[in-house]
Design a protein around this ligand. Structure first.
Ligand code: 5GP
Ligand code: ZN
Length: 140
């Protein structure tokens, strides 16, 4: 628990939220700026800053909760698909520094869905792709 952390405040109930699900390790609540109908956030109850910081156990717990809710978004909200999104670091669009996974239900009906693909997919340089892949693989 971090005193200054918005999502720790939400988990503690000090800051109001629309709760969707809760268990010993995770808390899920609606996002106040939804990218699509039903957009919510899943957080670990134990404070961690980001993907670099979170424990494997908490990461697994958050992911399992996100999957549970994603299934319900499809079966009960009528979503046609779901995006899970995590932003790690300010340069990667993270704005709240308590780890969270966005669960964004997606719809063919675009009146319910404002999310757009944030890059134009274009083929990369094959040599660069291979070299970066080798650097990553060599470090694992
Ligand atoms: P990030 O940009 O860090 O990936 O996502 C932070 C998310 O938290 C944003 O989608 C934003 O709308 C949401 N958010 C920020 N402040 C609050 C709040 O006070 N309550 C809720 N429910 N969501 C918030
Ligand atoms: Zn926190």
């Amino acid at each position: 628990m971090s005193d200054q952390c918005l999502f720790c405040g939400i988990v503690a109930g000090d800051i109001p939220s629309v709760r969707v699900a809760e268990d010993d390790d995770t808390y899920a609540f609606m996002d106040i700026n939804p990218a699509a109908d039903g957009h919510l956030l899943v957080v670990p109850k134990r404070h961690s800053t980001d993907l670099m910081d979170i424990s494997p156990d908490d990461l697994a717990a958050v992911t399992v909760t996100a999957q549970r809710i994603a299934k319900v978004a499809v079966t009960k909200l009528g979503a046609d698909g779901v995006n899970l999104l995590n932003c790690c670091g300010a340069e990667a669009w993270q704005t709240v520094f308590h780890f969270h996974v966005h669960v964004v239900p997606r719809y063919a009906d675009k009146t319910k869905d404002k999310l757009v693909l944030p890059w134009v997919p274009t083929p990369g340089d094959a040599g660069t792709i291979a070299a970066l892949g080798e650097r990553l693989a060599a470090a694992l």
